[in-house]
Design a protein around this ligand. Structure first.
Ligand code: 7RM
Length: 644
């Protein structure tokens, strides 16, 4: 892969990737350390759903993240840790040190009976040990299943049981702003319902008191004392599973997106290095590697963004990656900007929801900081609106930093569409152009391909890329149905998009029943199922609606079995149920009690109408004649007005 630094180079690489994809990817794959080279670059079929990259090859991804850098830059910082408390000393972990930690923890896992192919759950705060745990799993060929530390015990139970996890790695607690969350306590609650878990390994982070069950629960620091500091990485097949990550869809149950080893590795590094134009500085004496620019992605390792662009992408590229434990508003709304100056961050990657909420806190916060180390900015998770784009560009980037608006999904493993930094193609509110290797197309509702520019349709991909989803854990049919059957022979993203007259893609958002709340994917059905657990609730319907800060807010229409004495009390109870069943991120912003829901004669809820009412657009509800009982709509309109 040659270095792309102009749009013409981008175009010629793109052309090559389409005309000779196997050659294109093989050349990139050659740059990695393999135990055995592959027999075949690509084998694929989007109808029966079978995707194999670099089949026959064997490797270990951690040798590529760690061991190979020990020759060129052992003392380069791999991870900078900025704790929740700004006064807690910064931790800097070199590649050499990280290698040792990972080897040791791999040995801990082995001494606790872990084997290749086992599923290991990681439920941890944003601390370097979370990355160590992920890498140690990969090192022994086990499959990690990271669960975001903000999820409830219930959610943890589902994600553990679905993949029959046998080891859980967690911590006593986690620090989030001025709150302390008892992760072990939540895990204990979950562990009552997860018979497959035989061992838990607990990192001491907050120092709070926790119950340790003899024979099952072990302290991380104690385990690390009794193991060797070396470990020979397990040899795994290119297509062996690397991790499972659960994500919401349009049905009730989150599905386990499966990524495999070699293709994910190749694409994570390729996309990280090219989109952010990540280049080591020249070495002062011409020997070895120069300094690594400092990259900060503010996501949590519990999401795909954390997997690919905090841990794997940066480490594969030999970068310095910053891990931040806290929240953007603690101790005040200048925390990000303070940390950028403190660590001289060069590339900063965050979400529009964070930008909008910090923008709302006032310009005086960023104005206090120089932020002159910044060179490149990134955005992810949802469309970035023009106002936020300009604020980010001016107040944070001081007009000097290109913005990479990276469009991608848990299922895609890495970036699909983004302007590559420094080629001058970033346009406000547009994700830009597909990366070389990504064959995006737009189709209409019948699946007809929309050619040319100035068109709008459903966003699909017609050719495999190395980090594509391979299956949904334990249910291959579901994967086929969800992503590869709407349009035969195509991967369907679930997003609508526009290709403007200049060929830039602009993502218009989900066309299915998936919401995007503060950049978190939440299925409407998931929230409905949770609400329905409240004893007084008969039925509910949930929709997303535009929200200034969160992008989308959650609006719930709820039918109860009898008149409720105190609506606010019931609202509070419903919120508590959701917190328990899913986690606080899924709490509705508005709960409207209704007597009925607009349904078709076949009993289907007309969400289009509910969405319009939630948006406050009640004058033009479209055709309601097919409704079973059009009168409910009038009732709902009146109720909605009162909630405003
Ligand atoms: C990385 C991530 C995926 C969904 C996706 C979109 C939306 C993500 C952007 C975006 C517009 C973007 N994975 N989305 N990035 N929409 N512009 N740059 O977010 O699996 O959690 O969500 O997020 O709807 O389908 S995810």
């Amino acid at each position: 892969m040659k270095t792309i630094s102009t749009f013409a180079e981008y175009q010629s690489e793109y052309k090559k990737s389409v005309e000779t994809p196997e050659l294109f990817w093989a050349e990139h794959a050659e740059t990695f350390t393999w135990k055995k080279k592959w027999d075949k670059v690509l084998d694929w079929n989007f109808v029966d759903l079978n995707i194999k990259w670099f089949d026959g090859g064997t490797l270990n991804i951690t040798e590529n993240c760690l061991d190979r850098h020990l020759e060129t830059q052992p003392n380069q910082t791999a991870i900078i840790f900025e704790a929740n408390d700004p006064n807690e000393p910064v931790r800097k972990i070199t590649y050499k040190e990280l290698h040792t930690e990972v080897c040791k923890f791999a040995n801990v896992l082995l001494s606790n009976g872990a084997k290749k192919g086992d599923r290991i759950c990681i439920y941890m705060p944003m601390v370097p040990e979370a990355a160590v745990a992920m890498l140690a799993c990969a090192r022994i060929g086990a499959i990690h299943n990271v669960v975001f530390g903000g999820f409830s015990a219930n959610s943890l139970v589902d994600r553990i049981n679905d993949s029959a996890v046998n080891i859980l790695i967690t911590s006593d607690g986690s620090f989030r702003g001025n709150k302390q969350i008892g992760l072990k306590e939540i895990a204990d609650e979950a562990l009552k319902l997860t018979p497959s878990v035989k061992t838990t390994i607990v990192l001491k982070r907050t120092g709070q008191t926790v119950n340790m069950l003899a024979g099952r629960d072990k302290w991380y620091h104690e385990e690390m004392q009794n193991v060797a500091a070396t470990h020979i990485a397990a040899e795994v097949n290119a297509e062996d599973e690397l991790f499972i990550l659960y994500t919401s869809g349009s049905t009730g149950k989150p599905k386990g997106v499966v990524h495999t080893t070699a293709g994910y590795m190749v694409f994570a590094e390729y996309s990280f290095r090219n989109v952010f134009q990540y280049r080591h500085k020249p070495s002062p004496n011409g020997e070895g590697m120069g300094e690594a620019p400092i990259f900060w992605c503010t996501a949590d390792v519990g999401w795909i963004t954390g997997h690919t662009y905090i841990v794997y992408g940066p480490l594969l590229a030999g970068a310095t990656t910053l891990m931040f434990e806290g929240i953007p508003t603690y101790p005040d709304a200048g925390r990000f900007w303070h940390a950028i100056d403190k660590h001289k961050v060069n590339i900063f990657y965050t979400a529009p929801t964070a930008i909008r909420s910090l923008m709302a806190m006032g310009d005086e916060f960023p104005a206090k900081y120089k932020m002159d180390s910044l060179q490149i900015l990134g955005s992810v998770g949802e469309p970035i609106n023009e106002e936020a784009w300009h604020w980010y560009h001016e107040k944070i980037g001081h007009g000097n930093c290109p913005i990479c608006d990276t469009y991608w999904q848990t299922e895609t493993g890495g970036f699909l569409i983004s302007p590559l930094a420094n080629i001058g193609k970033d346009k406000p509110a547009h994700a830009g152009f597909p990366l070389p290797g990504i064959q995006t197309i737009l189709v209409d509702s019948e699946g007809k391909v929309l050619e040319g520019n100035g068109v709008e349709g459903n966003l699909c991909i017609k050719f495999p890329w190395p980090s594509a989803i391979r299956t949904t854990y334990g249910d291959h049919e579901r994967c086929k149905q969800t992503y590869f059957s709407t349009y035969k022979g195509l991967y369907f993203t679930g997003d609508g998009a526009k290709r403007d007259t200049d060929g830039y893609y602009r993502i218009l958002g989900r066309v299915d029943d998936v919401m995007n709340v503060s950049g978190h994917r939440i299925g409407t059905a998931e929230v409905e199922n949770a609400i329905n657990e409240h004893p007084a609730v008969v039925e509910s319907a949930v929709v997303g609606y535009p929200h200034d800060i969160k992008g989308q807010g959650i609006y719930a229409y709820v039918i109860c079995d009898k008149a409720i004495a105190d609506e606010n009390e019931t609202r509070k109870e419903i919120l508590a149920v959701i917190t328990k069943v899913i986690g606080p991120i899924a709490k509705p912003d508005k709960i409207q009690f209704v007597k009925g829901l607009p349904k078709t004669r076949s009993g289907k809820i007309m969400r289009r109408i509910l969405r319009k009412i939630a948006e406050g657009e009640v004058s033009n509800l479209g055709d309601t004649s097919t409704l079973l009982d059009p009168a409910v709509v009038e009732d709902i309109k009146i109720g909605a007005e009162k909630l405003r």
